[in-house]
Design a protein around this ligand. Structure first.
Ligand code: HEC
Length: 154
């Protein structure tokens, strides 16, 4: 058998296996990983925001060092390659991401930048331990989350 015929045969076998397992698209696995990555990042954001919010509202005992740690983790998480989780044509599957992200990628990137700046500022303020200033910076960071969700999330 020539090399090319072998390859065609192999890909037919591959396609047959994919059908047998009910996989519709060869990229489905990649898409799922991508969604997990970006939703995972969002959950890291949320983990830290909730902890800081609970302390500011008195639902959890206020602990300046723990707050500063959360603020630092949030700023670090926001500085990761978030956009790698939003490749084109990833508006499919189990996602709340709106197609508008890819129609206005510049706008989406700008919202991410706003979060990066706000969370960076929050971590700087938190390191100094002024509770009032921390509350204000936390509020701004929360607005940066909402600002993006309002335009780009279901
Ligand atoms: C640049 C835009 C943007 C910013 C900024 C942003 N988000 Fe999101 N967020 C999204 C999008 C888009 C989704 C939907 C992702 C999906 O379902 O694939 C999402 C989803 C989520 C989810 C649901 C995740 C899941 O498991 O489905 C949570 C929780 C969340 N964001 C929290 C936050 C918090 C907290 C912040 C601020 C610290 C934040 N987000 C900032 C765009 C953003």
């Amino acid at each position: 058998m020539s090399e090319i015929v072998k390859r065609i045969n192999l890909s037919l076998v591959g396609a047959g296996l994919l059908c047998a397992f009910g996989v519709q698209s060869v990229n489905a696995g990649e898409l799922e990983r991508t969604l997990e990555y970006r939703q995972g990042l969002m959950n890291v954001f949320s983990w830290n925001m909730k902890a800081m919010g609970a302390m500011m509202k008195g639902k959890q005992p206020y602990d300046a060092a723990a707050f500063a740690r959360h603020a630092d983790d949030l700023a670090k998480a926001a500085s990761l390659d978030i956009l790698a989780g939003f490749p084109e044509d990833s508006d499919k599957g189990e996602t709340d991401a709106l197609p508008d992200i890819w129609l206005d990628f510049e706008g989406f990137t700008a919202k991410l930048e706003t979060l990066r700046e706000a969370s960076q500022k929050l971590s700087e303020v938190a390191a100094k331990g002024d509770k009032k200033a921390m509350g204000e910076a936390l509020g701004k960071t929360g607005k940066a989350c909402k600002g993006c969700h309002e335009s780009f999330k279901n």
